[in-house]
Write a protein that binds this ligand. Structure first.
Ligand SMILES: Cc1cc2nc3c(=O)[nH]c(=O)nc-3n(C[C@H](O)[C@H](O)[C@H](O)COP(=O)(O)OP(=O)(O)OC[C@H]3O[C@@H](n4cnc5c(N)ncnc54)[C@H](O)[C@@H]3O)c2cc1C
Length: 390
């Protein structure tokens, strides 16, 4: 098989890259190892409205499960701090139905001319001056794909970048191990996402309750992998089961789905470009280090990679130097916020439960509408924390 650009992985990053590359005139192939796009869902499905707007995506009832007014942060002693939707970050605004959302993104790519191959798993990549050659298994058969440019959008476990010589290794402290239930028949706040922060709930992570409309909610936990006691399998799930059993409104619900997955919270640690290769989304560690939210940056990064890839094909220059335009573009668009949120993560995970309670006591009762208001309040009550944030 021959094409201009081959994209590996039909998550939000891959579909967005494929769509943009096709719009730029390239002949694009999108490979997905699963038999269904968007399923199984490994996500709490929260996105910000502003984030979607930045991606140029119009909100559509078909894939919005619930609309949020903001987020409520619970400290270990259950003091609540309320944040407006604008302030709550990449994960608050809408709770999606990702099974539909991811398919819609892929359908848009297909409408733009992208050919999608399901049940097709990339297994090897070689590149040289002549081109890139990707080997894939398609329903058991080996196929060879010759392309000018490869876009790796193969998620947290990305292998494509590694085949091209990029060291993608993550330390256990750079990964949140997540476990989530979709629970039906719960009584939960339908207007706010809830985050429970502190080692009381989860060492180096948090518990979330995201309403999904009706009586359903995504209830999950992320635990910093380095903080999981050795040999303790099922640790995240046990902590989550404990949490649910203590919240009667959740405990009486019925578990409808289970999700296990990892989220990179390292921030970008390596270059995302090689000869004939660009890396996007979770594979590029573009998820927010503070929250783990990665849908929006995967789409934004995918769009930039698609644009640069199509340009490289038009100008017959798939060299690393040319593709570095992609690296410069995403660093300009959201690299700064990834660096800032890495600092926020280190600061928050460095606070003891007692510090978090103390901070929450002094902030609760206000509804913070903007970042400056929040920072001002922290500066007044907690100069040391404010120093770190600055
Ligand atoms: C429990 C959990 C909760 C989360 N909650 C949120 C949230 O609320 N909000 C948010 O913004 N983010 C959340 N995230 C993160 C979010 O899911 C990811 O950041 C996002 O999906 C990244 O998109 P992507 O396209 O980079 O990768 P993915 O969505 O992981 O897509 C990668 C695709 O590549 C395919 N693939 C992999 N290898 C190959 C191969 N060799 N050949 C062919 N195909 C391949 C996979 O099957 C997959 O479809 C959560 C993650 C987890 C695990």
């Amino acid at each position: 098989v021959r094409c201009d650009i081959v994209v590996v992985g039909a998550g939000p990053g891959g579909s967005s890259a494929a769509l943009q590359a096709a719009r730029g005139g390239a002949d694009v192939l999108l490979l997905e190892k699963r038999q269904e796009i968007g399923s199984p869902v490994r996500c709490a499905e929260g996105v910000s409205k502003r984030g979607l707007e930045r991606c140029g995506i119009k909100a559509d009832k078909r894939w919005i499960a619930a609309e949020m007014k903001g987020a409520k942060l619970h400290s270990p002693d259950d003091t609540i701090v309320e944040l407006s939707e604008e302030l709550a970050g990449n994960e608050v605004g809408f709770v999606l139905e990702r099974k539909i959302f991811d398919r819609e993104l892929a359908a848009m790519a297909s409408d733009a001319g992208v050919e999608i191959l399901l049940k097709t798993m990339a297994v090897d990549l070689t590149t040289d001056g002549e081109g890139a050659r990707l080997t894939a298994l398609r329903e058991g058969d080996k196929i060879k794909i010759d392309a000018e440019v490869v876009i790796a959008a193969d998620g947290i476990e990305s292998k494509v970048a590694r085949w091209a010589g990029i060291d993608t290794t993550l330390k256990p402290s750079d990964v949140e191990s997540c476990f989530q239930y979709l629970i039906g028949g719960v009584e939960c706040d339908r207007d706010y996402t809830h985050f429970y922060i502190g080692s009381f709930y989860s060492p180096g992570g948090y518990v979330w309750v995201f309403p999904k409309g009706g009586s359903k909610a995504n209830v999950g936990i992320g635990v910093q992998t380095s903080k999981i006691p050795r040999h303790e399998r099922g640790y995240a799930r046990r902590l989550l089961d404990d949490f649910i059993s203590k919240h009667t409104s959740l405990a009486k619900g019925k578990k409808l789905e289970m999700v296990v997955g990892g989220v990179p919270v390292s921030g970008p640690k390596y270059g995302t470009v090689g000869d004939r290769l660009m890396v996007v989304g979770d594979a590029a560690r573009h998820s927010d280090p503070a929250t783990g939210g990665g849908i929006i940056n995967a789409i934004r990064g995918g769009k930039l990679a698609g644009e640069v890839g199509a340009q490289a094909v038009r100008e017959h220059d798939p060299s690393r130097e040319f593709l570095l335009g992609y690296e410069r573009a995403w660093r300009g668009e959201f690299g700064g916020s990834l660096e800032r949120d890495l600092i926020v993560k280190d600061l928050l995970t460095g606070l003891s439960d007692w510090d978090l309670d103390d901070l929450a006591h002094s902030l609760s009762g206000h509804r913070f509408e903007d970042l400056l208001g929040l920072i001002e309040a922290i500066r007044e009550k907690h100069p040391l924390v404010a120093g770190g944030l600055r």
